[in-house]
Design a protein around this ligand. Structure first.
Ligand SMILES: *[C@@H]1O[C@H](CO)[C@@H](O)[C@H](O)[C@H]1NC(C)=O
Length: 289
């Protein structure tokens, strides 16, 4: 065990009881520009960024560091009005390092024909498991283009939890059977906006309409609270799984369940067209099976 990293992880555990006590990173501390030249704009406060999509290009940024587990969060305000075909993504990936066996943890916001109807999608891939999508889609209890809301990915050795504000909306437990499909290699954090006319809105029926461009997604209050991994000696650094698990925000299971009951529009577990037999981690209500 690397001692420096143990210390970093312990501080991380102590600081975490709730997301509100975690430090906010400025854009420059945490991130670099990924693509889209001046469609990425850092605001004067240094903590907020605008990502735009226009006819020329989308835009995006990525974290300087690679992380193995942690708490990753941003306040996001989505573009409003007509946003069909527009996708805003806030995600972790290591696709640039592992072309064939990458890992991914995704929040994707899928635009729609009127601003109030954004849908959120969550998904994960582990070690190149792109043949098994684990997508879920939800509506929200607010209009995400009206104001900033906090979106969080918590990733530990055996759990992934997606939060919207302080409400856990999805928990993925690492089960024996999903094993290699659970993200387990260091990843970077990304945010992008792009044209997904091909699939984003009603299976591609509604395309991006550049009459309404630029589409601007606003990001602020970044929390990058994970165990950093040396990008050269990947395997030489290890995080202490115990201390990371301790940092989970207490999850209110009744709120999670009531969110899912009311707002879940799609789950891969119920998609019989794709999976005759749902992936083994799916626990279906026997009444529905
Ligand atoms: C991940 O994928 C690589 C390359 O396909 C493979 O060699 C490795 O055994 C896989 N790891 C696990 C844990 O399945």
């Amino acid at each position: 065990m690397n001692y420096l990293l143990l210390i970093i992880c312990s501080v991380f555990a102590l600081a975490s009881g709730s997301s509100k006590t975690l430090p906010i990173s400025s854009f420059d501390e945490g991130f670099s520009h990924l693509f889209g030249d001046n469609n990425l704009q850092i605001l004067k406060d240094g903590k907020s960024v605008h990502l735009s999509l226009d006819q020329r290009t989308g835009s995006g940024f990525l974290s300087h560091n690679l992380y193995l587990h942690g708490f990753f969060s941003a306040s996001i305000k989505l573009p409003d009005y007509y946003t069909a075909g527009v996708v805003v993504a806030f995600y972790m990936s290591n696709g640039y390092m592992y072309e064939k066996n990458h890992d991914e943890i995704d929040f994707e916001f899928l635009g729609n024909i009127r601003g109030t109807e954004w849908k959120i999608q969550t998904n994960i891939y582990g070690n190149g498991s792109t043949d098994v999508g684990r997508e879920e889609r939800y509506s929200l209890w607010f209009d995400p283009s009206d104001d900033f809301h906090q979106y969080t990915i918590l990733w530990t050795q055996d759990h992934i939890i997606f939060y919207v504000d302080d409400i856990a909306i999805r928990e993925i437990k690492r089960t024996k059977s999903m094993d290699r499909d659970f993200p387990s290699k260091p990843m970077k954090l990304y945010a992008t906006i792009w044209d997904a006319s091909q699939w984003a809105t009603s299976e591609g029926k509604y395309k991006v309409n550049y009459k309404y461009a630029p589409y601007v997604a606003e990001f602020s209050n970044f929390i990058l609270h994970g165990c950093t991994v040396d990008s050269v000696e990947l395997l030489s650094l290890q995080c202490d799984p115990e201390t990371i698990s301790d940092s989970i925000i207490p999850m209110e299971r009744t709120k999670l369940e009531s969110f899912r009951k009311k707002h879940m529009k799609y789950s891969y577990c119920h998609d019989k067209m794709r999976y005759k037999k749902p992936p083994s981690e799916c626990v279906l209500d026997p009444k529905e099976a």
